[in-house]
Design a protein around this ligand. Structure first.
Ligand SMILES: C[S@@+](CC[C@H](N)C(=O)[O-])C[C@H]1O[C@@H](n2cnc3c(N)ncnc32)[C@H](O)[C@@H]1O
Length: 214
C-alpha cells in the first residue's frame, strides 16, 4: 500500500511548526517569489494547502493554478484556503494518474519526493516534467543531508513516525538532485534553511539539445 497522508491531515501543520518553526514555510515562500506574474502554475502535494494562502499574498490575481493532492483529507482543507482572484482547479488524485495539458510555466513540489523510493520518485518526477513547458521553472523543496549528525537523527525519526502513521514507503532520501540533472534542468537559484537540512531550489527546464551539451 502507498503512503496515506489522510491520517496526518489534522495535525500535520501543527507538528511541522513544532519541529521546524517557520523553516518549512520560509523555504516555500522563498520559492514562491520566483514565480512570474500571470503564470500557469502546477502545485503537487500541497498538503493542507497553506501554500495557496502564501501564493495569493504574493500574487493576488493573474495566476492559473492547478492544485493536485492525493489525500482527500488534505484536499478538503486546501479547498478552504484563500486563493485571491487567481483561478484554481483542484484535482484530488495522484499526479501520475492525471491527464493534463503540458503547458505549465511553473511546477511546485514542496516536500513531495522525500518519502518516495527511487522507483516512485522517477515515475512521479517524469510525469511532472512532461507537463512543464520548455524554459519552465520547477520549484522544489526537500530535505537534504549536508553532513551534520542531527540531520540523520531527525530524518530517521521522521521516517519511523510517518511509516507508522501514514505508511510511507521509503527509509532513506531518494536522489532528487540527480533527477533534475539527468532530465536537463539547470539550477537557477537555491537557498538552504534550518541548518541546511532543507533545500529550496529553482530549476529551469532547458531544451534537450542544449542540455546534452553540458
Ligand atoms: C510530506 S507532505 C508535504 C505537504 C506540504 N507540501 C507541506 O509542506 O506542508 C506530501 C504531500 O504530498 C501528497 N502526495 C504524495 N504523493 C502524491 C502524488 N503522487 N500526487 C499528488 N500528491 C501526492 C501527500 O498526500 C501529502 O499531502
Amino acid at each position: 500500500m502507498s503512503a496515506n497522508y489522510n491520517n496526518s491531515a489534522w495535525f500535520y501543520d501543527g507538528l511541522a511548526r513544532l519541529v521546524y518553526g517557520r523553516a518549512l514555510i520560509n523555504a516555500q515562500v522563498y520559492l514562491l517569489h520566483q514565480i512570474p506574474a500571470k503564470s500557469n502554475v502546477l502545485i503537487v502535494g500541497g498538503g493542507t494547502g497553506w501554500i495557496l494562502d502564501e501564493l495569493s499574498r504574493i500574487h493576488p490575481k493573474g495566476l492559473s493554478i492547478t492544485y493536485v493532492e492525493v489525500a482527500p483529507a488534505m484536499m478538503l482543507l486546501s479547498k478552504k484556503r484563500n486563493t485571491g482572484e487567481n483561478s484554481v482547479v483542484f484535482i484530488n488524485d495522484a499526479i501520475e494518474n492525471v491527464s493534463l495539458s503540458p503547458d505549465f510555466d511553473v511546477a511546485i513540489t514542496p516536500f513531495l519526493f522525500d518519502n518516495f523510493t527511487e522507483q516512485t520518485l522517477h515515475k512521479v518526477f517524469n510525469s511532472i516534467s512532461a507537463l512543464l513547458k520548455k524554459n519552465g521553472l520547477w520549484l522544489n523543496a526537500s530535505f537534504q543531508l549536508t553532513g551534520k549528525w542531527w540531520q540523520r537523527v531527525l530524518l530517521k525519526s521522521m521516517f519511523v513516525f510517518f511509516r507508522l502513521i501514514c505508511n510511507i514507503e521509503a527509509s532513506k532520501l531518494p536522489n532528487i538532485r540527480e533527477c533534475f540533472e539527468q532530465d536537463g534542468f539547470k539550477l537557477i537559484t537555491q537557498n538552504n534553511f534550518f541548518g541546511d537540512f532543507i533545500g529550496a531550489g529553482c530549476y529551469k527546464k532547458i531544451i534537450a539539445e542544449i542540455a546534452s551539451m553540458f
